[in-house]
Design a protein around this ligand. Structure first.
Ligand code: NAD
Ligand code: UGA
Length: 469
């Protein structure tokens, strides 16, 4: 029986391994983590992450061939294939701070693998890492090896949150990079055999190590660039009377462009787009490719511009001040169908409004008050450094109130901001919301999910991204 161990029971490690366990009943899969509470949650009734369909998959395999454990060393020692899916955040200090990937967690995982291994292993990079990381990992592993042979593979993950299970069941492609030696090719084949349990062979792409590592950064950069491109157009639409939804539709009909990922928004968020582009920029700079670095940097700049533009629009339309005014924030997660708030645009929008002394009443169906208060009190890039984080919650801000109902959030508010495209926000009783708000009542739709004409008929003053005012 093949044994797999995955180091890191997070948004990637948990769902990915659960699907491998489901699809490969003859493979034993152990997911290990240094976080005792996270592992306890994976073993309990309330899983540590909200992801549609995940609970069902976990329930089918947990205790059968899927195990969650803090006994990291034993599981690693016994495994044939070790996935490493730890966090690779942006460095906050020292060389490359604010851009380079912090590989502290990866390096400590690699050192531990080298310390406890007693048999040959395939070590798989599941985390998103800078190109050439496999070379560094190889050095750590082989330096300490006592006759043990390691093969490093790069197998980046392309799932998106909110659709993780769907994406894992039916991936566009699985990418495996390895050494172009007979041993490297054998290792690639071993991992291919795992995925071949459910992924058609023509969707499993194999490359050299560096192409696989770079493809992951490139894929995220291209996706984010698409959003920044349409968001840049949204500003021009507002200035000219064009409607960004119509423009997206029109250009998306060109099969070379395609219709997906062209929704203009308050800005992209999530744990990876910004961090991976910054990482790409840093790698370009280190290779003396200034123009290439500047090109990709612009994707982040436009994203920051979009978030600032949204805040400025709110403040300027409310007579240039929101001081003391109640503003309802509907949605805090970085996208719908997830409780994840990492790098959510809501953080920047809320901080911008708080900077102008607004009073915020926030509602999100999946995000807790603790999480929101923590996010609003943390410095940029600090969120993904768990070892440095204080376990205590920061003192709650008096300017921020978190509620469990959209109507309560909007009661007596001067304005309502939609920051996440949760389906339930489309069907709220906006007449009721209007009746209970201060007048003039404003709606700022940062996700373009509302019917502007209907809202205007009710009496709202409406601002939607990239639409005529
Ligand atoms: P996460 O923070 O949810 O999970 C990482 C886990 O690793 C944490 O639970 C942490 O406690 C654990 N960990 C850290 N160091 C450890 C160690 N030495 N030993 C054992 N456990 C350790 O992160 P994530 O969202 O799952 O992302 C993981 C990686 O996957 C990142 O590189 C990310 O860029 C990449 N990725 C993420 C997504 C996504 O949608 N979140 C998608 C594709 C790729
Ligand atoms: C993204 C990629 O889609 C995954 O392929 C990748 O594996 C992952 O990053 C990663 O490496 O972490 P994710 O961040 O989970 O996945 O979610 P997306 O659906 O890509 O959305 C990212 C952000 O862009 C969200 O804030 C979303 O609201 C925003 N977005 C997305 C738009 O503003 N407009 C769009 O048209 C699409």
């Amino acid at each position: 029986m093949v044994k797999i161990c995955c180091i890191g029971a997070g948004y990637v490690g948990g769902p990915t391994m659960a699907v491998i366990a489901l699809k490969c009943p003859k493979i034993e899969v152990a997911v290990v983590d240094i976080s005792v509470s996270r592992i306890a949650a994976w073993n309990g009734d309330q899983l540590p992450i909200y992801e549609p369909g995940l609970e069902d998959v976990v329930k089918q395999c947990r205790g059968r061939n899927l195990f969650f454990s803090t006994d990291i060393e034993n599981h690693v020692a016994e495994a044939d294939i070790v996935f490493v899916s730890v966090n690779t955040p942006t460095k906050t200090q020292g060389l490359g701070a604010g851009k380079a990937a912090d590989l502290t967690y990866w390096e400590s995982a690699a050192r531990m693998i080298a310390d406890v291994s007693k048999s040959n292993k395939i070590v798989v990079e599941k985390s998103t890492v800078p190109v050439k990381t496999a070379e560094a990992i190889e050095k750590i592993l082989t330096h300490n090896s006592r006759e043990i042979k390691y093969q490093i593979l790069s197998n980046p993950e392309f799932l998106a949150e909110g659709t993780a299970i769907q994406d894992l069941f039916n991936p566009d492609r699985v990418l495996i990079g390895g050494r172009e030696t007979p041993e490297g090719q054998k290792a690639i084949q071993a991992l291919k055999d795992v995925y071949a349990h459910w992924v058609p062979e023509d969707r499993i792409i194999t490359t050299n190590l560096w192409s696989a590592e770079l493809s992951k950064l490139a894929a995220n950069a291209f996706l984010a660039q698409r959003i920044s491109s349409v968001n840049a157009m949204s500003a021009l639409c507002e200035a000219t009377g064009a409607d960004v939804t119509q423009v997206s539709h029109a250009i998306g009909k060109d099969t070379r462009i395609g219709p997906r990922f062209l929704n203009s928004s308050v800005g992209f968020g999530g744990s990876c787009f910004q961090k991976d582009i910054l990482n790409l920029v840093y790698i370009c700079e280190c290779n003396g490719l200034t123009e290439v670095a500047n090109y990709w940097k612009q994707v982040i700049k436009v994203n920051d511009y979009q978030k600032n533009r949204f805040v400025n629009r709110i403040v300027s339309s409310m007579f240039n001040t929101v001081s003391g005014k109640k503003i309802a924030i509907l949605g805090f997660a970085f996208k719908k169908d997830t409780g994840d708030t990492r790098e959510t645009p809501a953080i920047d929008v809320c901080k911008g409004l708080l900077g102008d002394k607004a009073k915020l009443s926030i509602y999100d169906p999946q995000v807790t008050e603790d999480q929101i208060q923590r996010d609003l009190s943390m410095k940029k890039f600090d969120w993904d450094h768990p070892i440095h984080l204080q376990p205590m919650s920061p003192p709650a801000s008096k300017q921020v109130n978190v509620v469990w109902d959209a109507y309560q959030a909007a009661k007596d508010a001067h304005g309502v901001c939609i920051l996440t495209e949760w389906d339930e926000f489309k069907t709220l009783d906006y007449q009721k919301i209007f009746d209970n708000m201060r007048k003039p009542a404003y709606i700022f739709d940062g996700r373009n999910i509302l019917d502007v004409a209907k809202l205007r008929e009710i009496g709202f003053i409406v601002y939607s991204i990239g639409k005529p005012l």
